[in-house]
Design a protein around this ligand. Sequence first.
Ligand code: PDD
Length: 287
Amino acid sequence: MNLDEASVCYLNGKFLPLAEAKISVLDRGFIFGDAVYEVIPVSSGTLLFIDKHLARFARSLAEIGIINPLAVDEWRACLEQLVALNNVAQCSIYVQVSRGVAVRDHAAPAGIVPTIFAMCRPMHVPSQPSRVRAITMVDPRWARCDIKSTSLLPNVLLRNQAVAKGVDEVLLVRDGLVTEGAASNVFVVSSGQVKTPPLSEKILAGVTRSEILDALSRLGTPVSEEDISPAQLREAEEIWITSSTRETACVYELDGHVIGDGNSYPIAARVYAHMQDHKRQFVTSGA
Ligand code: PDD
C-alpha cells in the first residue's frame, strides 16, 4: 500500500490515519526537540533487529531521564500491529517519545506524560549496495551524539548543504578524526583492512553498524574499530555508509575525488549479499 497521509499511525495508545493525528503545540518535542526516536527497518512484515533497536531506544530515553512508557513486549506488540494495520511488507518504522506537554519552560515540570508517536515510512532496499557521492565537513553537533535525539538541526543543515551540492551524504570530522555521516555510520577499507570509528559519545551506535560487524566476523573478514583520519578516508579502497534505511551504500566520490576505482566494492558486495541472507534468516526464525 501507499504510505501516505491515509496510512495508519500510532499516537498515545490509538491507531488512526496519519492525517488525523494531532498533538498539542506545547509538546516539548515540538518546542524544544525534547524527545528521542528510533528508525526500525521492516522486511517481509518483520521488524528487523528489533531487540537491538528497542534496547537503544530504552537507553536514549534513560539518558535524557524519560521513563520508558512501554515495556519491551508492549513496544513489540504496538509496532507489529502498526505494520499489520498498514499491510506493508517492506517499510521503516519511525517511533518517537517526547517528554510530553507543558507550559514552555526549559526546566521540565515533574509528572508530565510522555507523547508516543509511531508511523510507517516507505523504504526501498536495492539488490546491490547503492553508489553515492559524499563530501566531508567539520562535525558541528553537540557532545552526545550517542543519544538518538530528535534535535537534529545540525544534521538537517548538513543534509541540506549536501543536497545543494548535489551529493548524498556528509561525512563528519571532529578533532581531526572521522566520526560518522550526518545520518549514517562509516566504514572504510584501507590497505585491505576494514575499519570503523570506535563507539563513543561522538557517534550513534548504529544497529546496522553492529549487524555489519557481526556479518564481517561470520565471513571471517578482519575488522578493527579504530580512529580514521580524513587522509585515510580519501585514500581508502572502499568507503561504506550504513544505516537502517540505506543499509550499506558505497561512496564512489568524496569531495570530488574518486574513491578506489570508483566502480567496484568487492568487500561491501560480499557483506551486502551476506546481510540479505541474514535478514531472510531473521525473518524466518525471528532472531
Ligand atoms: N539514522 N548515525 C546517525 C547520525 C544516524 O542518524 C543514523 C541513522 C545512523 C545509523 O544508525 P542505524 O544503523 O541504527 O540506522 C548513524 C536514521 C536512519 C534516521 O535518522 O532516519
